[in-house]
Design a protein around this ligand. Structure first.
Ligand code: SAH
Length: 312
């Protein structure tokens, strides 16, 4: 793509909510567009979100999971992994430490673990909200029934992260076992929104079999959902999963997606994710923060547990 047509495509994205597919596809597929897209996204981020980078303290509360997402290192079928579940007191202590380090949002993330009961999460949320009332609690505990989301919301949970992973039905099928379905995940996002959570969603970049057209579907879905937060990261092959031998997602493509997401969703919070930093190093994370992203999520998981939370 010539410099001139690239700039006019970026202008089009800046000025219309619905730039045509070929425009988006052209920008996504052009490595030379990364710098200009990032610069345009950075301007929008500064204008709408300011230059301040928000910090969210991530606490990985369990690596036990009932599900078998084909890409995920903590999938149930991965028998090689030593499993852990933090206790109520360990989670609260990690959050208090994060608070002492300046965090005012905690993200409690984990697998779909039946031992992390509805009641346990409710009690933890209540304690965090009563002891640190100026902090927000974000949950990222996967797909649950409406009533459980409601109980957690009533206990004080403010936000919920649940990536849709991919919007395309056939691609979703190829990344997940038959026991999971995309409709339920989308139902969860609807329920969470209806319950008044600030919702975060997102997708994998470069998952095996992903086409550019799938990414465009993801971008359109997100724009329509209009979530408060959008987290995306490159697929990274995880040991002992069916995708262990596939190639990783592309850092440049992920950065272009971050920038396009910022242009399409000027007011959303967009993290420079751990997966991006793992694959591309601090340099890639820095590029995301100068290319549309405005959030980082430092880990406050106790060190022994952190060693075992291997998504990839
Ligand atoms: N059980 C929760 C939390 C999942 S882990 C849930 O279902 O939401 C958080 C995110 O890690 C997932 O949504 C997925 O997008 C990402 N992830 C998992 N495996 C990955 C991999 N191999 N490479 C990159 N990201 C991965």
């Amino acid at each position: 793509m010539s410099l001139q047509s690239r700039n006019s495509h970026i202008d089009l994205l800046l000025t219309t909510a619905d730039a045509p597919d070929p425009v988006i596809a052209g920008l996504l597929s052009d490595p030379d567009a990364t710098e200009e897209l990032s610069a345009a996204a950075h301007q929008v981020r500064i204008a709408r979100k300011g230059s301040h980078t928000k910090q969210r303290g991530l606490i990985e509360i369990t690596n036990r999971c009932l599900n078998n997402c084909l890409y995920c290192g903590i999938r149930a079928a991965n028998r090689t992994l030593e499993r852990y579940t933090l206790s109520h007191n360990e989670i609260v202590a990690a959050a208090k430490y994060a608070y002492s380090q300046g965090m005012r949002t905690f993200v409690l993330q984990g697998g779909e673990n039946p031992a992390v009961t509805d009641t346990m999460v409710t009690d933890v949320v209540r304690e965090l909200k009563s002891t640190m009332p100026d902090a927000a609690v974000t949950l990222s505990l996967g797909e649950r029934p409406y009533d459980i989301y409601r109980t957690w919301r009533e206990a004080g949970a403010d936000r919920y992260l649940l990536r849709h992973e991919t919007y395309n039905p056939a691609h979703y099928r190829s990344l997940h076992p038959a026991a999971m379905n995309r409709e339920n995940r989308l139902r969860c996002l609807e329920d969470l929104t209806a319950l008044g959570y600030r919702v975060g969603t997102g997708f994998l970049v470069g998952s095996p079999g992903q086409q550019l057209s799938h990414i465009i579907e993801d971008l359109r879905f997100i724009q329509l959902l209009n979530p408060g937060m959008i987290g995306i990261g490159p697929f990274i092959p995880a040991a002992n999963t069916p995708f262990a031998d596939h190639k990783a997602g592309d850092v440049g493509l992920t950065l272009r997606c971050v920038a396009i997401l910022r242009l399409m969703n000027p007011d959303a919070d967009i993290p420079a994710t751990t997966a991006l930093a793992t694959l591309g190093g601090p340099d890639a994370q820095q590029k995301a923060l100068c290319g549309g992203a405005n959030v980082v999520m430092p880990k406050f998981t106790p060190p022994e547990a952190r060693e075992l939370y291997h998504l990839y």
